[in-house]
Design a protein around this ligand. Structure first.
Ligand SMILES: [Zn+2]
Length: 288
């Protein structure tokens, strides 16, 4: 298969009460590990890269690797650009082959957010690409974007409704109390707010800051209408810890394959766990 837009499977997830994991990857091995997890669990998959990773590896290299994964496997795979405020970079990624993009103008006032999102929706529609936008501000640190606890604001349900109608966006990431990075205590998720937003907005909703949310809370958020969950930090930690362990045991190791194999294995297991909690296991068959 070729890379596909995530819109059809996220809509299916929304209608059928499950969620699709979107996994941030930074290296070829990370991408392969997540793909293997999705193949093993027969899950639809969203591969994600941040703006920082696009600058690090290049959109063409990332898209080529994701396209190869899609071609070699019988599961639907989308490639998503996470949190991007740069219109030109969004266009560049779509040209490179990305099938989903996030315009993040959540730092701007509502009208400005609407205007910037509409512009991307126009381009996305023409290219058959999923467009995600954010309302409210998700706290924590994601790549180069840092939002302090005092600046994190939750999304208002009526604003969400108006935003989706005004922009025609395919998926919406409302800030509902999760944060990027690892939580110090338990996350403070506003479940009533998820329910209220899902009650007035029919497009799939996106849960940002999926690392470290207890499984029962993820399931509850999914049951209330969250259809995509972004996971980044936990994957990086699993991957990096496995590499650290190799060097702890053998500081002179200099064959990348010797530390990449256990790192891939650790990441694969972590991704499988997330796919099980999301409820996406076995859902790939609906999209062949
Ligand atoms: Zn995010």
């Amino acid at each position: 298969m070729a890379l596909v837009s995530s819109t059809p499977f996220l809509q299916h997830a929304r209608q059928n009460g499950y969620c699709v994991g979107a996994f941030n990857v930074h290296t070829l091995e990370m991408l392969q590990a997540v793909v293997e997890a999705a193949v093993e669990t027969e899950s639809p998959l969203i591969l994600q890269s941040t703006v920082g990773t696009v600058k690090h590896l290049g959109a063409d290299y990332i898209a080529a690797a994701a396209q190869t994964a899609a071609k070699l496997n019988r599961i639907p795979i989308a490639l998503h650009l996470d949190h991007c405020a740069d219109f030109d970079l969004i266009v560049k990624c779509i040209r490179a082959g990305y099938t989903s993009v996030m315009i993040d103008a959540s730092h701007s006032p509502f009208e400005e957010n609407v205007a910037q999102t509409r512009k991307v929706v126009e381009v996305g529609r023409a290219a058959g690409v999923n467009v995600e936008a954010e309302l409210g501000k998700v706290g924590g640190v994601e790549d180069e974007i840092a939002v302090g606890e005092e600046d994190a604001t939750l999304a208002d349900p009526q604003e969400c409704k108006a935003f989706v109608e005004l922009t025609g966006v395919s998926t919406l990431a409302p800030a509902i109390g999760t944060a990027h990075g690892i939580y110090k205590g338990d996350p403070n998720i506003d479940f009533d707010r998820i329910q209220a937003i899902a009650g007035v907005v029919s497009v799939p909703l996106v849960l940002h800051g999926g690392s470290g949310i207890p499984d029962d809370q993820v399931r509850r958020a999914v049951s209330l209408g969250m259809s995509k969950m972004n996971v980044a930090t936990e994957l990086r930690i699993a991957f990096s810890d496995a590499i650290k362990n190799v060097f702890k045991a053998n500081p002179s190791e200099n064959d990348p394959r010797k530390y990449m194999v256990p790192a891939k294995q650790a990441l694969r297991e972590m991704a499988i766990e997330k796919m099980i909690v999301c409820g996406s296991v076995g859902k790939a068959k609906h999209f062949r």
